[in-house]
Ligand binder design. Sequence first.
Ligand code: TRP
Length: 361
Amino acid sequence: MSEKKKILFSGIQPSGNLHIGNYIGAISQWLEMQENYNCIFCVVDYHAITVKQDPEILRKKIIEIAKIYLALGIDPKKSIIFQQSDIKEHTELAWILNTITRINDLKKMTQYKDKTKRLIEKTKNKIKNKDKLGNILNLKTKEISRKILSKEDSAGVGLFDYPVLMAADILLYDTEIVPVGDDQAQHVELTRTLARRFNKQFGDTFIIPELKFRKEGARIMGLDNPEKKMSKSALSELNYISLTDNPEKGAKKIMKATTDSGSEIKYNPEKKPGISNLLTIYSLFGGKDIKTLEKEYKNKKYGEFKKDLAEIIKKFLTNFQKKYNKISGKEVEKILENGSKKLKVIADKKIKEVKKKIGVL
Ligand code: TRP
């Protein structure tokens, strides 16, 4: 890592399928950043286990994410790629930060609230409808609320504590820049709060990291529901195009994407969310601006536009997967190992400093 450049940290969870929205929203921007910062890109496996994971699938996904980083152009000569659980100082620092975190800090977190709400909704529906044998239930209201309450309490402590581990990830390396989407901004804000709180109590120790928002206009919406962001945990596969989707299948998903009433190909996210989303995708992957596309497709039909876009996506996936398939699992393991080796030195130094400050060393 070069001395003069600022340190940047970011990570992606090895769960679900990385899609073209993640590529545009995060990784494509990392590619530019790796020229200007000392970048650390993490596969955050300990965050992934805050919801239930199948161990076999998780193991595969960890390698898959690292391989995707590489195939998309993250260069291990310029940036560090590593697996979070390889460096035990992350969890060690998370524990120490826990002791200065207030329950209230965490209760405010929107992501936690959303995730538990989803858990509760699921239980509600289950209770309302059927028991295990499929008998329609008619439970008394009291009984229902008791079950829902217990579900709220049964949300994992890991899920609750997730932002503190994220703060540890960031603070451990004297990170100055954290590029994230708006859904993670609150977690970075908490990181800053914890860093300040620690510094105030124990003396200057942590750098206060800056949040770097993603570029505007790079938000890709769901193909089957263009009012909401494309999501790797969407119910329908037609919502997203995975980077590992068969190229033909990716093209088909474009053809099936929701469009709007009318027939004009015009960018207007409010009135025409479907076609506007497709215009955004076309512009990003086809390298033309939206105004040019509107002119090119004036008086043409949705079908024709979609066919051309499908072809572009097919090409992108084919090219990406060619690179992806060339990288072996062994190679990835080696790169992750090298990454951890470099970072261990920094993490060890930092945790010693922290332990001294709090009086355990
Ligand atoms: N919570 C982030 C997400 O889901 C992933 C993450 C974990 C992260 N640790 C981080 C991002 C540190 C930036 C910095 O998107």
